[in-house]
Design a protein around this ligand. Structure first.
Ligand SMILES: CC(C)(COP(=O)(O)OP(=O)(O)OC[C@H]1O[C@@H](n2cnc3c(N)ncnc32)[C@H](O)[C@@H]1OP(=O)(O)O)[C@@H](O)C(=O)NCCC(=O)NCCS
Length: 175
């Protein structure tokens, strides 16, 4: 399983409780309209294994995270939401986001221990946030709908079908 970004000094790994403050710091810097970062992150982490955080670590510091959330009950064919992803501004544009997305392969492996697998990934993001390009290239996600004025602006709903296959292919292509 891939566990690093293209920067050899950045490792991608599952989060543990000592990471919550670091994750909250990245959250606070990345989502300026959202408040009470530590409370939000801690509440989400408590819903493990429904929610699973992975962090990008540089020099013992959390510089990015992703949180995957299983939707609509524990199913054999699981639909997982990429609920949030963020990287500290000074670490962006060097492949950390893409490496964090590859942690979905770890989630799939974990689900397989209960005879489940990931069928699809759901993502919502602001229409004007070009991060959707990352979801398209990394996961093969496609825009399915646009919801007018949802959180703070119009929001696109994206779905990636067969995301593990897509990740495995693009991981092999990188080698
Ligand atoms: C979205 C985010 C996590 C991407 O992290 P990153 O480490 O910069 O992403 P990467 O370097 O792995 O980018 C991978 C690819 O996606 C593209 N990409 C990523 N974010 C992009 C953006 N905001 N606009 C345009 N392209 C983007 C990159 O150009 C790159 O393309 P390439 O591989 O063809 O060169 C980061 O920009 C971020 O933290 N943004 C603020 C929080 C946010 O908006 N999160 C998403 C909503 S939940």
């Amino acid at each position: 399983m891939p566990n690093s970004s293209s920067d050899p000094n950045i490792a991608i790994r599952p989060a543990h409780s000592a990471d919550l403050e670091g994750i909250a710091a990245v959250h606070a810097k990345s989502f300026v309209r959202q408040s009470n970062s530590l409370e939000w992150v801690a509440a989400t982490a408590r819903s493990y294994p429904r929610a699973r955080y992975f962090v990008a670590e540089h020099d013992a510091r959390v510089v990015g995270y992703v949180v995957w959330v299983e939707k609509s009950g524990f199913r054999a064919e699981a639909v997982v939401e990429l609920e949030q992803i963020a990287v500290l501004p000074e670490f962006r544009d060097r492949g950390v986001g893409r490496a964090l997305i590859e942690s979905l392969m770890d989630v799939d492996e974990a689900l397989r221990t209960r005879n489940a697998h990931i069928k699809a990934v759901l993502i919502t993001t602001r229409l004007d946030n070009e991060a959707w390009r990352l979801y398209q290239t990394a996961l093969g996600a496609e825009i399915q709908a646009t919801v007018i004025d949802l959180y703070s602006a119009d929001e696109v709903i994206m779905v990636a079908k067969n995301p593990i296959e897509h990740l495995a292919k693009s991981h092999l292509a990188k080698k």
